[in-house]
Ligand binder design. Structure first.
Ligand code: 4AD
Ligand code: MG
Length: 482
């Protein structure tokens, strides 16, 4: 194998008049003379100049859109506009033909819907090349952020017997013959005979196991796939998504919010620095897309401006109770424009309310804290009831413009009695979570953590409207293709 150079490196090369070998896929072939070659290292193509008069016509015919080729030639300063260097081909080899009559992709703009149905090929477009390079950078940045701060990357299990969020949205894991599972006398399925000797499911969150780690290692984080069988066909939900879940001993809610805000700013700024070209491209794409929309639906900021704005401003922190007061007094509420009017205290906020707070009222990321106890998970630390006897927990949600909830977290209930009492109230089986309760029995301490939905982060940084376009192979109701 001859030394192959990636196109990104070639385009940045200071050296010319050297022999180089490139391998990639044909993006265009004009006038039987100019090949635009791409290898996915960047959206920019290298131009290859073909001496067609001295090239076998049968080979020229096979240089088609999508074909994989190898080119060896001389890297020279470019005569044409738009590129610094180009290659004069000495040798062209077809590595893989691509019949243009049959190839589903066309050398023109294709809709995101079409590309979603052809997700096996969509990596080959500039948009998805940029998205997945940015996604890659963001995940590297997440690790860098935590590693620089001495956090331990903890691998929590994918298969579990618990439902950490208690929302009952788990996917079962079994190796029973589904047509004929063994039953006990009363007709119920006998999970004792199943692979794990009990009913198991795919994890909805690594938090509970993460807490076990934090109770000895101090600071841990998980970064793995999580699964939810919620039947939400929205642009913000996936059945399989990646979550980052740090868990920190001796942290209170303030420390938790500080860390989450720092993490978000760090990874956004990392992507802006390391993926400038790709984000610039996506910025352009979004600007074009916005032009198709009616004036009042267009956002006042470009993607780049939004990202910079997020770095330059403190996130707005306020309690759920304060947010309810703002929403109650808001124009859309008074004019009955909300589908779910804000009447009293205690109900969960709908996305229209979150959007109002973030996009209209504060116009920046918002951290809401101290939600009503009744609408949050059992493990959140309970506050003293307020003067009016209202009960809240030390929860925090970070809401982002255009995204909604990006982060959900809390200080944890470290007091055994309070935790057990809450589990009883909510019908969470204590005997199954005996190991979790042990952390409250032996060396319990104040601690906190949060979950960052990785795809929602990628959505924010790439400006993509649909979460199905920021994960290579999205899983959602009625779809598990590829
Ligand atoms: O708010 P959630 O459900 O919180 C937890 O799972 C906690 N155990 C986290 C913790 O404290 N360690 O989920 C956390 C985040 C949400 O804020 C959202 O960004 C994302 O995960 N998320 C989803 N992303 C895509 N598709 C879905 N179906 C999601 N559900 C939650
Ligand atoms: Mg949540």
């Amino acid at each position: 194998m001859s030394q192959r150079i990636k196109i990104k490196a070639l385009l940045e090369s200071e050296q010319t008049n050297i022999e180089v070998t490139v391998k990639g896929w044909v993006r265009a072939f004009r006038q039987n003379r100019f090949i635009a070659l791409n290898d996915g290292s960047t959206n920019n193509n290298i131009q290859i100049v073909v001496d067609f008069e001295n090239t076998d016509p049968n080979l020229l015919k096979r240089i088609t859109f999508g074909a994989a080729i190898r080119v060896t030639g001389e890297l020279i300063p470019s005569l044409g506009q738009g590129q610094k260097v180009e290659i004069t081909a000495k040798e062209i080899e077809i590595l893989g033909d691509c019949n243009p009559e049959e190839y589903p992709l066309q050398p023109k703009k294709q809709s995101l819907e079409f590309l979603r149905e052809n997700a096996h090929l969509r990596f080959r477009t500039n948009t998805f090349g940029s998205i997945f390079r940015v996604r890659n950078s963001l995940s590297f940045a997440v690790h860098t952020f935590f590693q620089e701060r001495g956090f331990v990357y903890l691998h929590t299990p994918i298969i579990t017997a618990s439902d950490a969020e208690g929302a009952g949205e788990t996917f079962h894991v079994t190796n029973f013959d589904l047509a004929n599972p063994p039953k006990i006398d009363n007709g119920e399925i006998d999970f004792k005979q199943d692979f794990f000797g009990r009913a198991t499911n795919l994890t909805v969150s690594g938090q509970l196991e993460g807490e076990l780690g934090a109770m000895a290692l101090s600071d841990i984080y998980t970064f793995g796939p999580t699964f939810r069988a919620e039947n939400s066909n929205t642009t913000r939900h996936l059945a399989e998504f990646w979550m980052i879940e740090p868990e920190m001993a001796f942290y209170d809610l303030e420390d938790n919010m500080d860390l989450a805000e720092e993490l978000l700013k760090y990874v956004i700024s990392y992507a802006l620095k390391n993926n400038a070209e790709d984000i610039e491209f996506l910025n352009q794409r979004l600007t074009e897309e916005e032009k198709q929309k009616p004036q009042q639906e267009r956002s006042d900021m470009s993607l780049l401006e939004k990202l910079q704005f997020c770095l330059d401003n403190d996130f707005q922190r306020l309690t759920y109770t304060e947010a309810i007061d703002i929403l109650k007094e808001s124009t859309p509420n008074k004019k009955k424009k909300f589908q779910y009017p804000i009447e009293g205290w205690g109900t969960d906020l709908q996305s229209e309310h979150e959007r109002y707070l973030v996009e209209k009222h504060f116009k920046k990321p918002v951290i809401l804290t101290d939600y009503p106890k009744a609408i949050k998970a059992f493990y959140m630390r309970q506050n003293e009831p307020d003067a009016q006897g209202r009960e809240t927990v030390r929860a925090m949600d970070i809401l982002f413009p255009g995204i909604g909830e990006m982060v959900g977290g809390s200080q944890r209930e470290e007091r055994l009695e309070k935790l057990e009492q809450r589990m009883d109230e909510m019908g969470i089986p204590k005997e199954e979570l005996w190991w979790y309760l042990d952390t409250r029995r032996f060396g319990a301490c104040p601690h906190a953590g949060f979950g960052l939905g990785f795809e929602r982060l990628v959505q924010f940084v790439t400006g993509m409207g649909n979460i199905r376009d920021v994960i290579p192979f999205p899983r959602f109701p009625k779809n598990a293709e590829f």
